[in-house]
Design a protein around this ligand. Structure first.
Ligand SMILES: NC(=O)c1ccc[n+]([C@@H]2O[C@H](COP(=O)([O-])OP(=O)(O)OC[C@H]3O[C@@H](n4cnc5c(N)ncnc54)[C@H](O)[C@@H]3O)[C@@H](O)[C@H]2O)c1
Length: 428
């Protein structure tokens, strides 16, 4: 069997490799010619994906990358994993999905299966995508081709998380569509969870991510409340977590990051309006989570104040740019928001991240592009007025940090098991 996977990013690439190692021939398609060239040369551009494995799969012919979308005509199924961001008015931008649909429609072979994986609002697959596929191909979904939605559940940076072992929810446009899609995924993934429709599958993903956004907001709010009471939220969570039922730990932080949690719930908010419905939990969680960077910057100012220093003119090292530990993904990272807020208040900001040696260009934080990570040594670390930990990479030696840095503001409880001096660490 030969399939194509469109969008070879954090979702599409690992999925392609999982199919390829399961005996399915995969044609990976992307608009980014640099990525395609890298893959052809057997080179990974994602830290937790091995180049060797890509090279081996390219070598034995089970995986090939291309920018030529007409080649979907060679494949029996097409899986779409393109970005679904928010536009500048924080509304869903499904243009990547729609454009992909328009591009591939003329080349879809009769009887093929199209599966959307990008996170999106209910109705995208059976309304928006179906329409462009039908009008561009002259075929009817559910009759001439099959259509399904299956959300990705990738957990980047977690070595325990293997694509093959994460149950796959699948909803089809018709019962036959879901059967076809289930049969495809069963070749590469252990547990298949068929549901009654594309919309149910789309809504499932939004529930999962909203659940996280809301619970993170809850602990972020409690962090501030408990701090005022002199109680450490981290200790509270550790103790609550000993309850063997009815509790699941979530951890506070400097704000939400990544391509999913800060964005996806607002896809639902937008769509709900069409039905006259309001998503109050989502709005409140968004409000609390987006206020976190300001809270953290105020804590930095307090810590400096204690040392008779002002934020204005002080040097601040932001430790960790990636939005979560042990990954090189800095999309929507709250570290950038912190860096902007600190700069606005007159601080001189640098950063350290072993996985992001130079800041790449981006739409929202383009003004930081080209800035380089400082080196890690005593001389450099001791030269900052304050070090602000925003990401807890496990590769970082926090004991060295305690030995070298004068003042540390810790948003991740990274210094919990490290020997520190009294008054040296401020939790935020
Ligand atoms: N990263 C995650 O952990 C994660 C988890 C679950 C779901 N998702 C969802 O999966 C989708 C993809 O996310 P991602 O993290 O893989 O994004 P990504 O930015 O890493 O990858 C997207 C890829 O699509 C390519 N692309 C863009 N426009 C294209 C087009 N028109 N045709 C073909 N390729 C195109 C880009 O070059 C890029 O390689 C999003 O909807 C996201 O919300 C992501």
């Amino acid at each position: 069997m030969k399939i194509s996977v469109i969008g070879l990013g954090y979702v599409g690439l690992p999925l392609s490799l999982q199919f390829a190692r399961s005996g399915v021939t995969v044609l990976g398609l992307d608009v980014d010619a640099q990525k395609v060239e890298a893959l052809k040369a057997g080179r990974s551009y994602i830290k937790h994906i091995d180049s060797e494995e890509i090279a081996a799969l390219v070598e034995n012919g089970s995986f090939e990358a291309s920018t030529d979308f007409r080649r979907v005509a060679e494949t029996e199924a097409v899986i779409i994993c393109v970005p679904t961001p928010l536009n500048k008015n924080r509304e869903p931008d499904i243009s990547y999905i729609v454009n992909t649909g328009k591009t591939i429609a003329p080349y879809l072979p009769k009887g093929c299966l199209v599966v959307l994986e990008s996170t999106t609002y209910p109705g995208t697959t059976d309304e928006d995508l179906r329409k462009v596929l039908e009008s561009g191909s002259g075929m009817k979904a559910g009759i001439d081709f099959h259509l399904a939605f299956s959300p990705e559940r990738e957990d980047p940076g977690n070595p325990e998380s293997k694509v093959a072992l994460i149950p796959k929810v699948i909803g089809g446009y018709t019962p036959e569509c879901v059967r076809k899609a289930s049969a495809l995924y069963a070749r590469a993934i252990k547990t298949i969870v068929p549901v009654s429709s594309c919309r149910t599958a789309e809504a499932t993903k939004l529930l999962e991510n909203t659940f996280r956004a809301v619970n993170i907001a809850l602990v972020n709010e409690l962090k501030v409340v408990y701090e005022a009471m002199g109680i450490d939220i981290w200790e509270v969570i550790e103790s609550a977590k000993t309850k063997p039922f009815g509790f699941m730990p979530f951890y506070p932080g400097p704000g939400l990051g990544g391509h999913c949690i800060p964005i996806d719930p607002f896809y639902l908010t937008w769509k709900a309006r069409e039905y006259g419905q309001h998503t109050r939990f989502i709005e409140l969680a968004g409000e609390i989570n987006t206020s976190m960077p300001q809270y953290v910057v105020n804590r930095v100012a307090e810590a400096l104040n204690e040392k008779q220093k002002s934020l204005k003119g002080s040097s601040v090292l932001v430790l960790g740019l990636a939005y979560k530990p042990d990954v090189d993904d800095d999309r929507e990272s709250p570290s950038y928001v912190l860096m902007d807020l600190l700069t606005k208040r007159g601080a001189l900001v640098s950063y350290y991240d072993p996985y992001i040696p130079v800041i790449r260009p981006s739409r929202e934080f383009g003004h930081w592009a080209g800035t380089k990570s400082v080196p890690w040594n005593r001389e450099v670390l001791s030269s900052f007025d304050v070090v602000l930990i925003s990401t807890k990479h496990s590769i970082v030696n926090y004991q060295e940090l305690a030995d070298y840095a004068e003042c540390i503001v810790d948003t991740r409880n990274a210094m919990a098991s490290v020997k520190t001096r009294p008054g040296q660490v401020w939790k935020a």
